[in-house]
Design a protein around this ligand. Structure first.
Ligand code: PMP
Length: 385
């Protein structure tokens, strides 16, 4: 049967996008590919809310390759402050610990975010070359108020880097207004294409730091990629290492669809979908992992369970036609699962998701208000928006 993929990326992908990559004769120097790169690099600026002064990159890999590539902006001995709200915040610590830099981390409890004032206090105490934040922490669905943080810390640090892997395409992103130096994402999340590429933009200030003495390795050294990006944007083929040609054709198609939808409309759709999901979950009497409403995200919702095993919920939901994601935050003791709602998700998917959760939890014996979830979603969609 037809399945809805509401995991945390990839998610169900629009067929026009997949078909956009079905081309048998497109080489990496072909006009078709170079045009797709040029369009996608230009559109990436719009998606990130930045102007011409920012340098866009599309590199192989995904979220982690984009994250690791920011070592191209660091030099030996630099200090980095990691703001971590969970598993993917902690990934920055793991990355930087492989390089000759000093790392300090501020960590939030599961379900919370590190408070802007705490970050401000830390950057006033010590000089950091780079601060990294995770816009939406996928392990918990918690959103960091990055605009407020940046306002408070901008004058004290050289570079502000945001992991927008679970946000770009689903949350408002205005990297230039917010004075963020690096905003990065991956192809398989809210952009709604298959996995395989990391996408990022660098401010002028960040671009200037791509010097010979940066500490990045070879493949993810943005110094090796920048010429390719600049050349491709101008419509001229260029090579450092082979790009995922067919995926980039799909990214181009996705960007065309995003342009047609309108970025603002797309963010609004994600807001409506995520609000509807939360209405349904709350009406069932279940608790959301993100502890305060300002921490809710448009793209990921964690659902706490009182009694039943989340693995049983996931496997039974799959047989009912929807695939959700497991909980991965170690401090939440395997007591939750996650709903991914990003990319091409719509309000009818919400009805299906809440209906499946109701049936499955009821069959498994979790105490819930059976029937109230779908009703609450319907009421919200009629009266609440
Ligand atoms: N950051 C965040 C916020 C993520 O959600 C993920 C992927 N779940 C990553 C980074 C890593 O991305 P990838 O798996 O594409 O390397």
């Amino acid at each position: 049967t037809r399945k809805i993929l509401m995991h945390v990326g990839p998610e169900t992908i629009d067929y026009d996008i997949l078909l956009g990559g079905i081309k048998g004769d497109v080489g990496f120097t072909s006009k078709e590919f170079v045009d797709a790169m040029s369009f996608s690099l230009k559109f990436l600026r719009k998606l990130m809310g930045v102007g011409e002064s920012y340098q866009p990159f599309i590199i192989p890999g995904g979220g982690t390759s984009a994250m690791e590539s920011v070592t191209s902006l660091l030099r030996k001995g630099d200090k980095v402050l990691v703001v971590s709200n969970g598993v993917f915040g902690n990934r920055w610590i793991d990355i930087f610990s492989r390089y000759p830099v000093n790392v300090k981390a501020l960590k939030a409890k599961a379900g919370y975010y590190v408070k802007p004032e705490e970050i401000e206090e830390e950057v006033k105490k010590d000089h950091y070359t780079m601060v990294t934040m995770t816009h939406v922490e996928t392990s918990t669905g918690v959103r960091e108020p990055i605009a407020e943080v940046t306002k408070r810390i901008r004058d004290y640090v050289d570079l502000i880097v945001v992991d927008g892997v679970a946000s770009v395409g689903g949350e408002e992103v205005r990297a230039e207004d917010w004075k963020i130096d690096v905003f990065l994402t991956a192809s398989q999340k809210a952009i709604g294409t298959p996995p395989g590429a990391g996408l990022l933009v660098l401010s002028e200030n960040a671009t200037k730091r791509l010097g010979e003495d940066n500490i990045a390795g070879y493949y993810l050294n943005l110094k090796n990629w920048i010429g390719v990006m600049q050349s491709m944007e101008k419509g001229k083929a260029s090579y450092f290492s082979t790009l995922p040609v067919h995926l980039i054709l799909m990214i181009k198609k996705a960007f065309e669809l995003i342009e047609t939808e309108g970025i603002g409309n797309r963010i609004r759709r994600h807001e409506i979908v995520s609000s509807a999901i939360r209405k349904g979950i709350e009406a069932l009497g279940l608790e959301i992992v993100a502890k305060t409403p300002e921490a809710y995200s448009n793209t990921v919702t964690g659902v706490m369970l009182k009694k039943v095993n989340p693995n049983d919920v996931l496997s039974m939901s799959l047989t009912e036609g929807i695939e959700f994601a497991p909980g991965v935050h170690p401090d939440l003791g395997g007591k939750y699962f996650r709903i991914g709602h990003m990319g091409w998700v719509n309000i009818n998917d919400v009805i299906s998701a809440i209906a499946v959760i109701e049936r499955v939890l009821s069959k498994l014996g979790e105490p819930i208000n059976f029937g109230e979830g779908v009703k609450a979603v319907q009421e919200y969609l009629i009266n609440g928006i």
